[in-house]
Design a protein around this ligand. Structure first.
Ligand code: COS
Length: 384
């Protein structure tokens, strides 16, 4: 086996599962994508479908009821779903993001309480780090948690939280030691959505990923037992950063899926569309666009799969590679979707065709789970 092949190998059973997911995405998810976007409606039916097909089990180990098939397989699935519908891909991504803190740092009791019910699809999580005044700089968060009668009482408002109102529980980051300094003295908690004092605040109207609700969860003196602390008290910032080091691969996979979906659509269109008496893909102006789009997808895939293989091998420098994969794939997704609209011309600009949705969905991948400016900062720090 060549050195490159050893970096990531897709076993036969994973390739088969990918083909199954590809077929499900094409036949069941793609036909719903325009309606989900238009109505900004969370696709409960597609969530059920992902759960029935064991796809929501992909982020979890077998001991917690998951498939145990690793990070590469998970992100291949995200990519396949995002080709058809980025909002639906986010359902799988958030199933990982919201549970990684528990998987990586949770007590055995927390793992047993939450992971199997997420692996089966019964429960959905949310990851509540950002705040109105703390986006790129979560170390400056205002949410506080204080100890009362052996419990923790959490007060604060989070912002830009995916799965708002859908999630059964939120992993919430709060300052527990205000004197510890910036990015320190923070603790992670699991907060179940039915706890008194929790409420669903403002929901956003967004440019893209409109089938996924995003907004402000509000915590007003919400009490949780000490058992709901994830990891060590005061170590929550590391819980958040280690989670993002892994979950950013999901954003890269979503971006890659959007880019490949747009490339495939534009290539099919260019084969059929005729101008000046011939298919437009006979013109070099269009051929070169399609060639560049396909190349950017292929390059992004190599970086993403290699980064996933590093996580699966347990390499130490995954933060750098996940940041590079997220940066490259999301920038590629923007470039590619803008070109896809151009290939379709006037048809690219109207709602009847999907490439305008892909362009709108692509934009968030340069922003969430750390803006691309933050990714560059994370990468640059490794070069000093
Ligand atoms: N893994 C584990 N620990 C990490 C870490 C990582 N990737 N990155 C930082 N830490 C640790 C540091 O080692 C340091 O630990 P000590 O207290 O033991 O010294 C602590 O966390 C604070 O680190 P640092 O001083 O680097 O914190 P900063 O506030 O400077 O963090 C960045 C800077 C940019 C890395 C951080 O704020 C960041 O990632 N921002 C983007 C947040 C984001 O992605 N938001 C999206 C919302 S979530 S969907």
């Amino acid at each position: 086996m060549s050195a490159l092949a050893e970096l990531y190998t897709i076993p036969r059973e994973h390739a088969d599962f990918r083909d199954t997911i590809r077929q499900i995405a094409r036949e069941r998810i793609a036909p719903r994508a325009a309606e989900i976007d238009e109505q900004a409606a969370y696709p409960h039916d597609l969530r059920r479908l992902l759960s029935e097909q064991d796809i929501l089990g992909l982020p979890f180990d077998t001991e917690h009821g998951g498939t145990g098939s690793g990070t590469l397989m998970l992100n291949i699935a995200v990519e396949e779903i995002a080709k058809a519908c980025a909002s639906t891909a986010l359902i799988l991504m958030i199933q990982e993001l919201g549970t990684l803190p528990i998987k990586l740092f949770g007590s055995p009791e927390l793992k047993d309480r939450f992971l199997p019910r997420c692996a089966s699809g019964e429960w959905s999580p949310a990851f509540a780090l950002s705040e109105p005044e703390a986006g790129s700089d979560p170390g400056g968060m205002m949410t506080r948690a204080v100890q009362r009668d052996g419990e923790w009482e959490i007060t604060g408002t989070k912002n830009w939280i995916t799965n708002l109102g859908i999630a059964d529980f939120y992993v919430v980051f709060a300052v527990t030691d205000p004197g510890a300094g910036h990015s320190r003295g923070i603790t992670a908690f699991v907060v179940e959505a039915d706890r008194p004092g929790f409420s669903v605040g403002k929901l956003e109207h967004k440019l893209g990923i409109r089938g996924s609700p995003t907004g402000q969860p509000i915590f007003e003196g919400v009490r949780v037992p000490a058992d709901n602390v994830v990891g060590e008290v005061g170590e929550g910032f590391k819980v958040a950063m280690s989670t993002l080091d892994r979950s950013r691969l999901g954003v890269a996979a979503q971006a890659l899926g959007i880019a490949q979906g747009a490339t495939d659509y534009a290539a099919d269109y260019a084969r059929e569309r005729r101008q000046f008496g011939q298919p437009i893909n006979s013109f070099q102006a269009i051929q070169f666009k399609l060639a560049d789009m396909e190349t950017q997808c292929a390059a992004g895939r190599e970086l993403l799969y290699q980064a996933c293989a590093r996580v699966d091998r347990g390499d130490p420098d995954i933060g750098k590679y996940s940041a590079m994969a997220k940066l490259f794939c999301s920038d590629a997704a923007m470039r590619v979707t803008v070109e896809a609209v151009q290939v379709l011309g006037g048809y690219g600009y109207v709602k009847e065709y999907p490439v305008q949705r892909m362009l709108r969905d692509a934009k968030i991948t340069q922003i969430y789970e750390g803006t691309n400016e933050i990714q560059r900062l994370v990468i640059a720090r490794t070069l000093r």
